[in-house]
Ligand binder design. Structure first.
Ligand SMILES: [Mn+2]
Length: 418
């Protein structure tokens, strides 16, 4: 039996109370591996949030967990994900592979395509499809350029794949903003594979299929914790449906597998405050009332506020930032501003040029909306987004240039360089 997980994203939620939640999840998964008597732990990509992690305490805890499993005779098979992959072997996963703590099935990338090498671990034969930058692995798949090097080894064949596929009523194209633009059929991929008994997927953070037990040959376990507010929100949605985050216990048969969900909260509890804007004391009382009922180690609060007067938004942000810091809670604040349509500007006639007029309008809008942005920088961003394409520039080049220029400005804004 295998335990199948993916998308731990260790290193995500950095500098927040949630930053060690995925580590705790990994340690809990290791417990399950041992108590369930699994032969192999499969991690289908995105073990780490980035190829390089700087938090040595986190790296040490990962090493300790891996060594514990190794000591108990349980190997780990992992593939690089879109987040932690580095084709030149410069990722943290490569360090663990070199140390003998993780098995990574090999692959070769050349003009012919992507060739996957078999790797025998215990009674299984593993192939690994890495998640590549810009979902390049999907291009190889859809063009039929993924090849499986054959092996004489017997035993169930497992493909560990970090990619986006369509199956079980799930269409990744509707989640394109999160998982990349290309969608393709799961059966389409499976039809091309040499006899594969189970495809252990990673990349999509919601569990698919959402079933406690099923017979099948492909599944996303989903992320145990996730990496951002969308994932925390989905954790809440799953629980409302009587489900939860999970890992999979997989017993491969011939051409299919018996799969069982092991549901767990992984130490994360999520609460929601929905409210119209009121006085800060009242908002705090509402938040405290929800916090009081959160039981787990990692407390998450999603605060959704309507009708926030624009000039009050900085104050509300500070209020919840302080609460988060004081109470060791991860808080995600969504604010909807009150009557944004009523923004009126007072532009004097004597402004000589369009440039002066624009600058003054942006200055007033920033002030009235309570934005913490340097007006010239916002104007610069607006100009980039409104840039026209000249006929001698291709659409692709134009879009890439606009996005790249806008990202530069946005990065400066988020770094707080006013
Ligand atoms: Mn992921």
């Amino acid at each position: 039996m295998l335990i199948h997980t993916a998308d731990l994203h260790i290193g995500a939620f950095s500098r927040s109370p949630l930053s060690s939640a995925s580590l705790y999840a990994l340690e809990r998964i290791a417990e399950y591996v041992l108590t369930e008597g699994a032969e192999v732990l499969v991690i289908a990509g995105d073990l780490f949030e980035t190829p390089r992690l700087e938090n040595y305490e986190h790296i040490t805890r990962v090493a300790r967990t891996f060594r514990r499993l190794a000591g108990e005779g349980v190997p780990i098979v992992a593939v690089p994900g879109s987040h932690d992959s580095s084709l030149r072997g410069r990722s943290l996963l490569d360090v663990f592979r070199e140390a003998g703590l993780v098995n990574v099935p090999g692959f070769r990338l050349d003009q012919k395509g992507l060739t996957l090498h078999p790797l025998r671990v215990k009674s299984y034969v593993f192939y690994g499809l890495p998640g590549l930058r810009n979902s390049l692995e999907q291009t190889y798949l859809s063009e039929g350029k993924v090849f499986f090097e054959d092996t004489r080894d017997g035993g169930p064949r497992i493909l560990v794949a970090h990619t986006s596929v369509k199956f079980a009523g799930y269409d990744p194209s509707t989640y394109a903003h999160r998982y990349g633009k290309i969608s393709m059929g799961g059966n389409e991929i499976l039809g091309r594979l040499p006899q594969i008994d189970y495809v252990a997927l990673g990349h999509v953070h919601i569990p698919l299929p959402v079933s406690r037990r099923f017979t099948g040959n492909i599944a996303y376990p989903g992320a145990p914790v996730g990496r951002d507010a969308n994932d925390v929100w989905e954790t809440l949605a799953l629980r409302k449906r009587g489900f939860n985050r999970r890992i999979l216990a997989v017993e491969p048969g011939s051409g299919h597998a018996e799969v069982r969900s092991i549901l767990d909260d992984f130490g994360v509890d999520v609460g929601v405050v929905r409210s119209g804007y009121t006085e800060p004391d009242e908002l705090l009382r509402e938040a405290e009332a929800v916090l009081k009922d959160l039981g787990a180690d990692y407390k998450c609060l999603i605060v959704s506020l309507e009708n926030v007067p624009p000039d009050k938004r900085p104050e509300v942000e500070k209020l919840f930032a302080r609460l988060a810091a004081e109470r060791g809670v991860w808080i995600h604040l969504r604010t909807r501003l009150a009557e944004p349509g009523k923004l009126t500007l007072d532009l004097r006639d004597e402004l000589a040029s369009i440039e002066e007029l624009e600058a003054e309008a942006v200055r007033q809008a920033v002030e009235k909306l309570g934005l913490r942005i340097d007006p010239p920088r916002l104007l610069n961003l607006l100009n980039i987004l409104g840039r026209e394409r000249s006929p001698d520039v291709s659409k692709t080049v134009y879009v890439e240039q606009v996005v790249s220029d806008a990202m530069k400005v946005l990065e400066e804004m988020f770094r707080g360089e006013k």
